[in-house]
Design a protein around this ligand. Sequence first.
Ligand code: HMH
Length: 213
Amino acid sequence: MKAADLLERHRDPWNQATRHPFLDGVREGTLPRGTFETWLVQDYLFVVEGLKFQARLLARAPRRDQALLIGGLAALEEELGWFEEQARRRGLGLDAPRHPTNAAYCGFLAGLEKEPYAADITALWALERAYLEAWRGAEPGHPDYREFVEHWTTPGFADYVSRLEGAADAALGEAGEEERRRAERAFLEVARLERDFWEMALGTPEENGGRVG
Ligand code: HMH
């Protein structure tokens, strides 16, 4: 099994993870600024946990993946600084409580500690790939949001995502059947949690379990 096979096999959940009215609103300029800013703060809080997940993953990584993951960690730390600058310019506080949907995603990342490396590197690839595809779908972005669309679709980010795919392929190639099964489950969880994260941003019914009001 290759990482890209998972995209083929689970096209529907993948599309839901990477296409969303939130992103259409970024492209068309119909997304209210406050909605975007609330999401931005939640995404910052997510990246804070993402960096810790990746640090734990580095400690378990095979020698061949160390440079890739260290580069990714350095980029994530820089990303946090970029978020902090954005927040400062917009007067946003970054000490907001983590939304339950966000907390669920962070909890999933924490739980990956107990999963085999092949599942974890597959999950990392999937979450970065989903993010890249999602923002590519919002290109070129309404002028109000263009800076963000450009920031998350750079060639450097795309290159990082394809190197993660190579790392996932290598790990999956060495994995036994049970580990591959777990990697596939982690992939599906990422797809679901990414979709939920966009839903959270718009506060649509799926986000609160379909309850009205
Ligand atoms: C929800 N998924 C989400 N936020 C992000 N910043 C990324 C992936 C990429 O790091």
